[in-house]
Design a protein around this ligand. Structure first.
Ligand code: PNS
Length: 164
């Protein structure tokens, strides 16, 4: 059983995340989408809301030979991967700018759990500039993010921002 985790903040999940999930699904039997519960950050969506948002959009990325589950976690990604008996940590690389940070994380995670490999996948060009932070900022300032964030997530962002 080849199991991987795909860790992230997912605040909010974007089409870039879905693209990486879609690309990684032929490589693994199971992918655990691991949503970080970071008490130091003030997210737009709670960790449970982020898990629910991902569960809602996941069918568009599902494939027959790979099962997918969504779970939250706290603490170290490497420890969570180990607790799931995962052999890999999936990370998406959008552009060169991501590489240095991702390399440092991958090397640290390898030091923490030497038997778990980080697998880097490159996002589709059309999502190479998409980050959750940018999507939130643009949306909050009235810009359009359709095509970059799933419609159901945009709807929830609209509700959340109008209630703030
Ligand atoms: O979606 P993000 O914000 O780029 O994801 C970053 C994430 C969650 C993968 C990273 O911050 C992380 O792994 N945090 C958990 C704490 C941890 O393991 N830190 C050491 C990383 S080497």
């Amino acid at each position: 059983m080849r199991r991987a985790i795909f860790p992230g903040s997912f605040d909010p999940p974007t089409n870039g995340h879905l693209d990486i999930i879609r690309r990684s699904s032929p490589l693994f039997d199971e992918i655990v989408i691991a949503v970080l519960n970071n008490p130091d950050k003030q997210p737009l969506f709670s960790v449970d809301e982020r898990c629910d948002l991902i569960r809602e959009i996941l069918p568009s990325a599902e494939c027959d030979d790979c099962s997918m589950v969504v779970e939250s976690f706290s603490g170290l990604t490497a420890d969570f991967a180990r607790s799931k008996n995962a052999s890999a940590i999936i990370r998406g690389i959008r552009a060169v700018g991501d590489y240095e940070y991702e390399l440092r994380m991958a090397l640290m995670n390898r030091r923490l759990q030497p038997e778990i490999e980080t697998v880097f996948l490159t996002a589709a060009e059309e999502y190479s500039f998409v980050s959750s932070t940018l999507m939130k900022q643009v949306f909050e300032l009235g810009g359009r993010v359709d095509g970059l964030v799933p419609d159901s997530v945009i709807e929830k962002m609209r509700e959340r921002i109008s209630n703030q």
